[in-house]
Design a protein around this ligand. Structure first.
Ligand code: PRP
Ligand code: URA
Length: 212
């Protein structure tokens, strides 16, 4: 598994504002959108394209277009929804699937309460969206869903990752034939005794959508 940490002043600037507990929900949503477009640029570096010829007002030009079958974007509910528009703005023709998971706040084990995914992902690039990679349990489950459906590639995009979660994914997806990568805005210090990322940004779902 490959991990890329965005090294860009705009990512650092927006992430700092996102972390700030004084940032209100509308601003948090806008920052999550903007950060996803910046991380999405890196995450789509190897997206499959095919050659195409167009004619400019001056002459024929060779170029590329996204290959078919189109990529699949999968936000992990709830908080991944806050990143969906950002990546969909870069890949407007991508299909969108859904995986709903919730972490038990005592055991820290994630359980799946909803899925809406194509049964067969043969030949498709897949992009999983979740702002927080903490223990890695939620992401591990959804990456496995992609691999079980025969995805060509799996890219997880996170705003903040914990070393514990990255280590879990690296161990779980070490030698597979399918490329699995994580693109994140930052790797933080670690998890606290409640399984929260430190310093992190708190509960991403609550900050995006309010507490339930
Ligand atoms: C949060 C977050 C991730 C998960 C990360 O979701 O959005 O999905 O926890 O934790 P993990 O890496 O230890 O699995 P949560 O379960 O709180 O649900 P929500 O998005 O509905 O708030
Ligand atoms: N989920 C969150 O929303 N935040 C964390 O720090 C860990 C898991």
């Amino acid at each position: 598994m490959q991990t890329s940490v965005a090294d860009h002043p705009l990512v650092a600037h927006k992430l700092t504002a996102l972390r700030d507990r004084g940032t209100d929900t509308p601003t948090f949503r806008r920052l999550a959108y903007e950060l996803t477009t910046l991380l999405g640029y890196e995450a789509t570096r190897n997206v499959r394209v095919e050659p195409v010829q167009v004619v400019t007002p001056v002459a024929p030009a060779l170029g590329v277009r996204l290959a078919r079958p189109v990529p699949l974007l999968v936000p992990i509910l709830r908080a991944g929804i806050g990143m969906l528009d950002g990546l969909a703005s870069l890949l407007p023709r991508a299909d969108i699937g859904f995986a709903g998971l919730v972490r038990n706040e005592e055991t820290l084990i994630a359980s799946t309460y909803a899925t809406r995914l194509p049964a067969d992902l043969t030949g498709r690039d897949t992009f999983i969206l979740d702002p927080m990679l903490a223990t890695g349990g939620s992401m591990e489950t959804v990456i496995t869903m992609m691999l079980d459906r025969n995805a060509a590639t799996v890219t997880a995009i996170c705003l903040v990752a914990a070393p514990e979660g990255l280590a879990r994914l690296a161990a779980g997806f070490r030698d597979g034939s399918v490329p699995v990568q994580v693109v994140t805005g930052a790797v933080d210090a670690g998890l606290n005794d409640k399984g929260y990322i430190v310093p992190g940004l708190g509960d991403a779902g609550d900050r995006l959508f309010g507490s339930i």
